[in-house]
Design a protein around this ligand. Structure first.
Ligand code: UTP
Length: 408
């Protein structure tokens, strides 16, 4: 893209300020800025006026989950189906590690955080150990795809290398970068990170599959014969990955996606809840749940919207590929965005100062034909680390790990 094309593109979206310092830049920085302008989707900034307004939803009805009692009854059969699929190389795992982890407040990728007390226990290490449990049970390596972003790719890959992949087979670990989106102030004007670079942030965890395809990773998936992808968040240090019982249940029930869920601990708990929306699987956010829905009961007299998602899904790969062209909703999220002020000084804001634009993996569920919500025991499989202290924190996760017999 040349300078006049860049000017025209910026004008269309009211972002001409991006070129304010262009003439001061050296040749390399000029080229890089033009490239960034060429590659950036500016249309997202027009969404700022929609910030804070609830998205329009279809008709929400309950979707029942496969509950613990039923799982217990069929556990061995499901495990056998799952282990067979794993041994046949049909199951891959996708670690979503492209987020910024701003709430935890560390500059390093979240997975590098050391939750150990008397020894090193890095979050990445915990996750690899969990996956190793299944590798040992199946006596077969499982391909692990790790999504990073521009902001943390080098640090993440370097960390894995330094720690010899925590004992995992290096040939089965594949890193790929997710796409970035511009970050803007409250009026939709893109922040500049420096004179020659727009502020960007990872574009949410919903772009994982497209980013995988773009990075050429789907070739690995196809070559390996992987049919199921278990997508999971970096911050749940207790979760089971490529869980044979879960995998077997989803295959047995012939669903296109499975979602691990926990029973809500309060009617108004702040978790996204599984439901049907216009007859298709979906997730309703806690702030969208009306009083009436919170009080609704199923035929057993239990709350009808009782199961929250924990960001651990098993997708049928072929179904994902079919929805490649479908646009997921865009979420506008208020965040702290480092930027360069009027006098070209860098500023690291203490409070949110604008918006990031993200697509979310939970919106992919609605694109699937059928979903199996699969109940897991919260205390055994859900220890998310979002904050340093308090709810969903390093402290609470340590407590849960200890209760499950892990030494820290
Ligand atoms: P979170 O919603 O906790 O976001 O991500 P975050 O960016 O990591 O943390 P905060 O909100 O700034 O504190 C849930 C999961 O999705 C991944 C995260 O790495 C985590 O595993 N994620 C999030 C991505 O992979 N890419 C993104 O753009 C955002």
């Amino acid at each position: 893209m040349n300078l006049s094309e860049a000017r025209a593109k910026l004008k269309e979206y009211g972002q001409e300020h991006v070129l304010r310092y262009y003439e001061e830049l050296d040749e390399t920085s000029k080229r890089e800025l033009l490239k960034q302008i060429e590659e950036t989707d500016f249309s997202v900034t027009k969404m700022c006026s929609k910030a804070g307004k609830p998205a329009e939803r279809g008709v929400i009805t309950p979707l029942s989950a496969m509950e613990l009692t039923e799982i217990e009854r069929e556990k061995e059969r499901f495990a056998a189906i799952g282990l067979n699929a794993i041994r046949a190389g049909k199951v891959g795992a996708v670690l979503l590690a492209g987020g910024m982890g701003t709430r935890l407040g560390s500059d390093d990728p979240k997975g590098m955080y050391n939750i150990g007390l008397t020894k090193d226990v890095f979050i990445f290490q915990r996750l690899i150990e969990n996956l190793m449990d299944v590798v040992k049970a199946a006596d077969a390596w499982i391909h692990l795809f790790v999504m990073t972003s521009d902001k943390n790719h080098e640090a993440t890959t370097g960390f894995f290398r330094e720690h010899a992949y925590f004992g995992y087979n290096e040939e089965y670990i594949h890193f790929f970068k997710q796409d970035m989106a511009p970050a803007a102030d409250y009026n939709g004007k893109i922040y500049m990170e420096s004179k020659g670079k727009m502020s960007t942030s990872p574009n949410g965890n919903g772009g994982w599959y497209i980013s995988m395809v773009r990075a050429g990773i789907r070739d690995v998936v196809l070559k390996a014969g992987i049919e199921w992808l278990n997508v999971f968040a970096v911050d749940n240090v207790l979760q089971k990955i490529a869980d044979p019982v879960f995998t077997g249940a989803v295959i047995d029930r012939n669903c296109t996606v499975g979602a691990k869920v926990v029973r809500k601990n309060a009617r108004d708990e702040k978790v996204g809840v599984m439901c049907l929306e216009d007859g298709r699987p979906s997730i309703v956010e806690y702030y969208e749940l009306t009083e009436e829905m919170m009080d609704a009961q199923d035929e057993k007299g239990d709350p009808a919207y009782n199961f929250g998602v924990i960001l651990n899904y098993l997708f049928k790969e072929s179904a994902l590929n079919e929805l490649m062209d479908r646009e997921l909703p865009l979420h506008i999220v208020e965040k702290k965005i480092p930027y360069m002020d009027e006098n070209a000084n860098p500023v690291n804001p203490e409070a949110p100062n604008g918006y990031k634009f993200e697509q979310l993996v939970l919106d992919m569920i609605h694109e699937m034909d059928s979903c199996l919500p699969f109940e897991v025991v919260r205390e055994k499989e859900f220890a998310p680390i979002k904050n340093k202290t308090g709810v969903d924190s390093v402290e609470s996760a340590r407590e849960l790990l200890k209760r499950n017999g892990y030494e820290l």
